[in-house]
Design a binder for this molecule. Sequence first.
Ligand code: ACO
Length: 311
Amino acid sequence: ELQQLEAAFDQKIVNDQKIEPKDWMPEKYRQTHIRQISQHAHSEVVGMLPEGNWITRAPSLRRKVALLAKVQDEAGHGLYLYSACETLGISRDELYDQLHSGEAKYSSIFNYPTVTWADMGAIGWLVDGAAIINQVALTNTSYGPYARAMVRICKEESFHQRQGFEIMMTLAEGTPEQKAMAQDALNRWWWPSLMMFGPTDAESVHTAQSMKWKLKRKTNDELRQQFIDQTVPQAHLIGLTIPDPDLKWNEAKGGYDFGPINWDEFWQVVKGYGPCNKSRMDARKGAWDEGKWVRDAAVAYAEKQEANLEM
Ligand code: ACO
């Protein structure tokens, strides 16, 4: 019987049919999805911190409103993704525990500091730009709830990307100091953004299996290349320079060649030794601990409501 179930599952994957929560699935498929979707959810939530840092210091009311909306969107993305992950039979409390204990990963990118206003531009343009490239591919992923969450998330990400690019464009057209600030932000965020796509295909432990299951529709290197090819002309358009002396158009491959990525830095950050890992985790754990009274009150209220109904 197990063989039949496996065969039916494999056939669905071949036919590009979605796997739904109540369908039979191999245990490893389930675990891999819990790993990736929860890492993704944690990234959305931790990702609020670097930008949250600038809400009170946005240079105008319009910028403040846009940034506030964007950061709120990230919280919403986290919630869709936690819900999608829960359909795989793990509770949200377990997922939070994994984040707070350091067992679960979240994206390396959110462990870098946001030191100037231009970083809000660079994050929207580059980080959300990279996220869209990764996530558009995932709208077609094999697990139904994850694919559907991605459709909605991508729409919002494209607004984020534009608001970031517009900040960069405005700074790049401004005073020499403003332009220098935009260039400095690009210099600091470029390489970490390339690292977001994960290790090279040769080093990526999960890619081969995830491609077979159609969890991933493109490999880390394919997505990274696509991001570079899309972003370099945007930098040129606003007169900024990509901080890579080896960057060169390669006519034969129809894409850019680029210089070496510092993978030592990447692994240091992934292992918890990036510039802001500790403060990000302290902020998340602090929010959880300080929010305990709210959760307790909500539970007490729900119990009271239920008791009233029974009377
Ligand atoms: N930051 C932290 N850890 C990473 C990163 C990264 N940028 N890239 C890879 N890793 C980790 C993987 O989680 C894996 O560790 P694990 O086995 O402990 O889980 C290890 O490095 C090896 O990498 P891969 O074999 O390539 O792992 P995977 O197939 O999961 O690919 C990727 C990594 C591309 C990030 C994939 O998980 C993915 O597409 N995730 C969904 C998108 C996402 O998480 N986005 C978050 C940032 S965007 C945003 O939130 C706005």
